[in-house]
Design a protein around this ligand. Structure first.
Ligand code: ATP
Length: 329
């Protein structure tokens, strides 16, 4: 899918729970990118992420990683309720720190771990809760704490399973801003049901359906490849709608022009480029106002839904290598 250096690739990765699970997944994730894994409930996202993190053993297939440190934040983070947030992050930092023997070295090491833990807690906006016990934390606080515990080991690859689910809009924005910021340091894979979140932070994405990767590519390429040449044009009056309909029908690049409610027109062009250039030209030539122009069914959510429904009928007969890939420029 890409010419970039891979942070992670997988080949034929499968985990079969008896007809459900993950089947023949070939991933290619560029270094320093944010890769979104999308799919309906039960599509296999958590199973796939767990195999990438080494938490679930595949039945077959390979995962190749560039780098050594992988951190994963589960969709529902759980910590011992009697630990403080600082202790959770220090424990995580300790697991990732090199072993030392001398007492003085140990003390220096402990101080360094504490500093590192406090820094990441502040980065996720949890500094004021650092010394509170985790037992009473809200869902959003647990998500942030999980991220802090993952970041403190400075992972080469950071895997986030549904990092924004259950968060309020402000919490979502904080996590997404952090993800954008973090790609300077790590490659990130995140799964999400919220297509808008994926679109706003992910350079590339993979769509899982029935355990199979049915679509993979750069987000921009997928949007380009699926853009439909159909627009809803909004005019200011019934008179202008009539003038525009007649003028557009006379153009050789229009396939159909139909009236829509409230002085609107549905315009189908021979290509996206023809419509994007032609519609504004016709409106301007006829001296009409352009109250609105919206491309229909070209948003990422509509595209993913249509690919998912199309794949549902063909996946049953699909063997390995069934992923549709869009190549970047
Ligand atoms: N340990 C297991 N034993 C049996 N079946 C399992 C196991 N783990 C997952 N599955 C099944 O594998 C399929 C994929 O599950 P998975 O949790 O990976 O999907 P998901 O895309 O993460 O779903 P969601 O979005 O609802 O979290 C589901 O049908 C699930 O029931």
């Amino acid at each position: 899918m890409s010419v970039g250096r891979a942070a992670l690739t997988s080949a034929g990765l499968s985990r079969d729970f008896g007809g459900v699970g993950v089947f023949d997944v070939d991933l290619h994730i560029d270094r320093g990118s944010v890769y979104g894994l999308v799919g309906r409930n039960g599509a296999g996202k958590t199973t796939l992420l767990s195999m990438l993190a080494g938490l679930e053993k595949p039945d077959s297939g390979l995962v190749k990683l560039d780098g050594t440190t992988v951190s994963m934040c589960p969709d529902v983070p759980e910590f011992e309720p009697w630990l403080t947030a600082l202790e959770v992050v220090e424990l995580s930092a300790g697991l990732g720190a090199p072993r030392r023997s001398g007492v003085r070295e140990q003390a220096l090491c402990d101080a360094a771990l504490r500093d590192a833990a406090l820094r990441v807690l502040s980065r996720v906006g949890m500094e004021s809760a650092a010394r509170r016990r985790v037992g009473g934390f809200s869902r959003g606080m647990l998500q942030r704490l999980s991220l802090a515990a993952a970041l403190v080991v400075r992972p080469d690859l950071l895997i986030l399973d549904e990092p924004t689910s259950g968060l309020d809009p402000e919490g979502r924005r904080t996590i997404l801003d952090l993800v954008r910021d973090l790609k300077q340091e790590s490659t990130i894979i995140l799964s999400s049901h919220i297509v808008h979140d994926v679109e706003s932070v992910c350079d590339a994405l993979g769509l899982l359906d029935g355990g199979r990767l049915v679509l993979q590519g750069r987000t921009a390429d997928i949007l380009d490849a699926h853009a439909r040449p159909v627009w809803r044009l909004q005019s200011r009056s019934s008179r202008e709608a009539r003038i525009l309909a007649a003028a557009l029908r006379a153009e050789e690049w229009t396939l159909s022009v139909e009236p829509a409610s409230e002085f609107g027109l549905l315009v189908e062009a021979a290509s996206v480029e023809a419509g994007e250039r032609g519609i504004p030209q016709v409106v301007s030539r006829e001296g009409c106002a352009l109250a609105g122009l919206t491309a229909l069914d070209s948003d990422l959510e509509s595209i993913l839904l249509s690919v998912s429904s199309a794949s549902a009928s063909t996946v049953a007969s699909m063997t390995g290598g069934g992923t549709r890939t869009w190549r970047g420029p």
